[in-house]
Structure formats: structure tokens, C-alpha cells
Design a protein around this ligand. Structure first.
Ligand code: ATP
Ligand code: MG
Length: 137
């Protein structure tokens, strides 16, 4: 059964969106496999966003992600990676359709509330980066 890594980013936690995001994934029918509130280290965040290291916003992104706690989660279910990405909307909330998580919550790309793995490979990589094997039910 497919699994994906979903995170409520610091801006989403700060804006009290944890409950709404969890509810949407539950309501869709996905199974919660793991969940924790963490202050991510710079080392972890740099590795998480390694593929974006040459982008001009990389340092800012790592700083934004260090600005407060993150709710790190693993969700499981049929096509959860692709469907989760659809539920999130586009990278920029201003480009995201209404009824998506980003489309319904704000306009700034730096405050887009949620992260979700974008492929089977990144899901595997991100789940093992953020969770110990013993934390996964
Ligand atoms: P995520 O990986 O967080 O799920 P994504 O896959 O939609 O988002 P990526 O291209 O992987 O988007 O970018 C990672 C994150 O970097 C975005 O979620 C956003 O917070 C930030 N970001 C992307 N583009 C910009 C930009 N032009 N300026 C500032 N931050 C940006
Ligand atoms: Mg991404």
C-alpha cells in the first residue's frame, strides 16, 4: 500500500491549520501511519530540500522551515502521493484552485502551509529522513 510524507509547515501550524489538514486526509479515506510535532534541524531541512539547493530561495526556505514546529506525518492509501498533491493545490496558493488546501488558505508562496512528497522515490526518501522505522505503525 502506497505511503507519502506530508508536513504542515511552520506557517500552517502558526495559522492553526493542523486540524483542517488532518481532517481532509482522514475524510478522503487515507490512513494515518505516523504523526509528530518537531522542530526540524537545519541539517535535516537542508537534506530534505537538497534538490532545490541551487535555487535563489533555498536559504530563505530553510530559514522559513526553521521558524517554528512542523507537524510531520505519514499517510497511506490508494494513490495517496498523487491524490495528496491534488488536495494540496499548486506550489503557489495564488495559483491554486478553490477547494484545495493551498487554494483555501492564503496567497503567499512562502506561506503555503503544507508539503507533500511528489513521487514514489521522494516519498521513500522523505519518510526515512523524517521517521525511524519504529515510529511507523
Ligand atoms: P513542497 O515541496 O513544499 O510540497 P512544491 O513541491 O509544490 O512544494 P517545490 O518546487 O518543491 O514546490 O518548492 C518547495 C517549496 O519552496 C515550496 O513549497 C515553497 O514553500 C518554496 N518555494 C518554491 N518556489 C518559491 C519561490 N519562488 N520563492 C520562495 N519560496 C518558494
Ligand atoms: Mg516539492
Amino acid at each position: 500500500n502506497e505511503r507519502t510524507f506530508i508536513a504542515v509547515k511552520p506557517d500552517g501550524v502558526q495559522r492553526r491549520l493542523v486540524g483542517e489538514i488532518v481532517r481532509r486526509f482522514e475524510k478522503k479515506g487515507f490512513k494515518l501511519v505516523a504523526l509528530k510535532l518537531v522542530m526540524a534541524s537545519e541539517e535535516l531541512l537542508k537534506e530534505h530540500y537538497w534538490h532545490l539547493r541551487n535555487r535563489p530561495f533555498y536559504n530563505r526556505l530553510v530559514r522559513d522551515m526553521s521558524s517554528g514546529p512542523i507537524v510531520a506525518m505519514v499517510w497511506q492509501g490508494l494513490d495517496v502521493i498523487k491524490t495528496g498533491r491534488k488536495m494540496m493545490g499548486e506550489t503557489s496558493p495564488s495559483d491554486s484552485m478553490p477547494a484545495t488546501i493551498r487554494g483555501d488558505n492564503g496567497v503567499e508562496v512562502r506561506r503555503n502551509a503544507i508539503h507533500g512528497s511528489d513521487s514514489v522515490e521522494s516519498a521513500h526518501r522523505e519518510i526515512s529522513l523524517w521517521f525511524q522505522e519504529t515510529e511507523l505503525s
